[in-house]
Design a protein around this ligand. Structure first.
Ligand code: SF4
Length: 306
């Protein structure tokens, strides 16, 4: 798509969203052209929370399926639409509701912590939700020395190291393919090439990569560090969309991808699909109220214990 074409599409989207009293919420991993027309950019929970604050009639949620579901759980009275129904997170699919139910039935006294990167149906079976930003606090505050956590096994490892509790991953090898792509060799190579830079990575990266990094944090924590620290040169180990945002919003600093990792599913949302969904109000996200109600409890418990 040419730049001129993008600009025209962006103008059309902005006009339409004003006419329809709609807001566009975009995840940090969305393409830059979508981030540029968004009313708010953030991580999945920031976006879902932002959705509760708006009085818009329509929320266009640019992310992947579980994020739009979370927005729908927290905003049962609003119309939530997504640009592409094919933007489905492969990691969320690794934790079906039946697996959570089965683990809970066999271990009724062990709390099940569910990462926000999961389906509503799985959240409905779990005890409490968490994000990559608050997982340590959530696990620490539970009255149990052993917890289950899914679907990301690397996040479970991270929580276990930080809390000293036993954090059992469910499934045992759940992963995000985007963050799994970062290797120790990338860290070593970048250290040699840029000895003056700091290396920050996401807790969905493999333990070996986390151990070699200078800082581990969620996308919102990485962005905060990039904005508020004195570091001038930062090597970033997460999806490329966040690095593009950092470069756009903090132009005075240097951001280098640890490796160019792309989430294909996030990139299925385009300006064209956004425009079509908004124009025809298609791809509406709807959840059975009984599922939404139970999933809401897991999210509410997370908010309550923090
Ligand atoms: S980056 Fe990973 S967790 Fe996030 S949507 Fe893509 S596959 Fe799922």
């Amino acid at each position: 798509m040419s730049n001129i074409c993008s600009k025209e599409l962006q103008k059309e989207i902005i006009k339409l969203k004003e006419n329809k009293n709609a807001v566009i919420l975009a995840h940090n991993y969305q393409i830059s052209e979508i981030q540029e027309v968004a009313d708010f950019i953030g991580d999945s929970l920031e976006l879902a929370r932002e959705a509760t604050k708006t009085d818009a009639d329509i929320i266009v949620f640019c992310g992947v399926d579980f994020m739009a579901e979370t927005a729908a759980i927290l905003n049962p009275d609003k119309k939530i639409i997504v640009p592409s129904i094919d933007a489905r997170c492969p990691m969320a699919a690794q934790l079906p509701a039946e697996l959570v139910r089965d683990v809970k039935t066999k271990n009724p006294d062990v709390p099940f912590v569910i990462y926000v990167n999961s389906y509503a149906s799985a959240k409905a079976e779990a005890d409490v939700c968490c994000t990559s930003a608050n997982v340590v606090k959530v696990v620490e505050r539970l009255d149990s020395d052993v917890v289950f956590l899914g679907p990301d096994a690397n996040l479970a490892w991270f929580a276990e190291c930080r809390t000293g509790k036993r954090v059992i991953p469910v499934p045992s090898n759940g992963f995000c393919y985007v963050h799994k792509a970062f290797k120790v060799e990338h860290v070593e190579e970048m250290r040699k090439k840029h000895p003056d830079a700091v290396i920050i990575v996401h807790p969905e990266c493999d333990p070996e990569v986390q151990k070699k990094a200078d800082y581990i944090g969620s996308t919102s924590q990485m962005l905060k560090l990039a904005r508020e620290s004195d570091y001038e040169k930062i090597i970033v180990g997460t999806e490329i969309g966040l690095i593009e945002r950092m470069r756009r919003e903090i132009p005075e600093k240097t951001f280098i991808p640890l490796y160019k990792a792309v989430c294909k599913e996030m990139k299925l949302n385009t300006l064209e699909s956004l425009l079509i969904a908004l124009k025809f109000e298609s791809n509406v996200v709807k959840l059975p109220e009984e599922v939404a109600e139970r999933a809401r409890k897991a999210i509410k418990r997370m908010v309550d214990i923090l």
